[in-house]
Design a protein around this ligand. Structure first.
Ligand code: MRU
Length: 351
């Protein structure tokens, strides 16, 4: 695949404009393509919390630009002075969502860059945020090559949530592998799960694939096991919000159920994520904070209440797939097959 050929990758959800950030508002897709303007860190934290921007890498990149916006609001002699002044804003950004470790990773990287900077601190952190975005795009393209190479020509794949350009700096993680796999003729058919309750698959992935000339076939989440039983898919390909030291992987709610069904039916499970999603400080999946969102996301559809008044709802929006159910984790640093702690450390603790 020619990596500069962007026939299958046209969407860019995060645009830095020098003194403000434009985010393609994902709450309004697929019928309205409207940018949300963020002028300060508070705007960015709100956009992350309310899912105007979502997907682990996109959250991290947006937060990095949020740090730059916070910096633009202060006068400081050096990076340490600036950090002291904007620390509450960095903490607010850091707390805007709990599960995707890319958010904390990006804030930490931006804070370290700031603390090491002299009087040119603003220029330095602006360059750092740009580097975070560029590195993400490059990682995605690399993972696309590595992951696609594992897929036999003519395969069918199922993906869950949205892991595409919309969720990253561009190209996508799991959807990047799917883009590369389609371009190389390895993937003949792409199924996208609708991803209840927020509909990332139905509203975002189906739209994104269609925009980029890859025809998606939508399924209800509850149709996944039946689809696998028919033999139509050889791979379940998903992204991640946090990968622990032992390979346990948090991703969009429903991924765990899909992985169990995949194991039962001999469908292989591929997790695709950049190294910014790897969290070696978290030993296993039980230690990951799973975001709980408001019941309203379940009780309403398209603004319309669809459940009787008075019914309670429980809405965890991520789950953890044990490393033992994963055939391969694809990162830009290499593949981790049958992941466990030793194999994870062999890739991520290399000197
Ligand atoms: O709640 P969301 O839409 O932010 O959840 C997104 C996912 O779970 C994605 O699969 C994950 O962040 C990887 S995106 C490349």
């Amino acid at each position: 695949m020619d990596l500069d050929d962007n026939r299958h990758d046209r969407i860019r959800p995060i645009q830095w404009r020098g003194d403000h950030l434009l985010l393609l508002d994902q709450r309004r897709l697929p019928f309205e393509t409207v940018n949300l303007r963020c002028d300060n860190a508070t705007d960015v934290a709100k956009a992350i919390r309310e899912l105007a921007v979502r997907g682990a890498p996109a959250i991290g990149i947006s937060a990095a630009w949020g740090v730059v916006l916070a910096g633009q609001g202060v006068q400081a002699a050096n990076g340490v002075d600036a950090e002291r002044q904007i620390a509450p804003q960095l903490d607010a950004l850091n707390a805007s969502r709990p599960t995707a470790v890319n958010l904390m990773w990006a804030i930490r990287r931006m804070r370290e860059s700031l603390l090491a900077a002299g009087e040119d601190w603003l220029a330095l952190i602006t360059a750092e945020a740009g580097a975070i975005a560029r590195e993400d795009l490059a990682a995605n393209r690399r993972m696309g090559q590595l992951g696609a190479a594992l897929i036999a020509p003519g395969s069918g794949v199922l993906t869950h949530c949205n892991t595409g350009s919309l969720a990253t700096a561009g190209f996508g993680t799991a959807l990047g592998v799917i883009r590369a796999g389609v371009a190389e003729g390895r993937i003949a058919k792409v199924y996208a799960g609708e991803t209840r309750p927020w509909g990332q698959g139905a509203r975002l992935t189906a739209w994104e694939l269609q925009q980029d000339g890859i025809p998606p076939t939508l399924i209800a989440d509850s149709a996944a096991a039946h689809l696998m039983k028919t033999g139509a898919v050889q791979w379940l390909i998903v992204g991640a919000d946090r990968i622990c030291a032992n390979g346990d992987t948090a991703n969009k709610i429903g991924t765990y159920a899909h992985a169990i069904a995949a194991k039962h039916h001999g469908v292989k499970v591929m997790v695709v994520a950049p190294s910014s999603t790897v969290d070696l400080a978290t030993a296993h999946g039980d230690d990951i904070e799973i975001e709980l969102r408001e019941a309203r996301e379940l009780l309403f559809a398209g603004g319309q209440r669809v459940v009787a008044e008075g019914v309670a709802a429980w809405n965890p929006v991520f789950d953890v797939t044990p490393g033992s159910l994963i055939d391969v984790i694809v990162t830009e640093k290499g593949l981790i097959e049958q992941p466990d702690e030793a194999r994870m450390r062999a890739v991520f603790c290399r000197p």
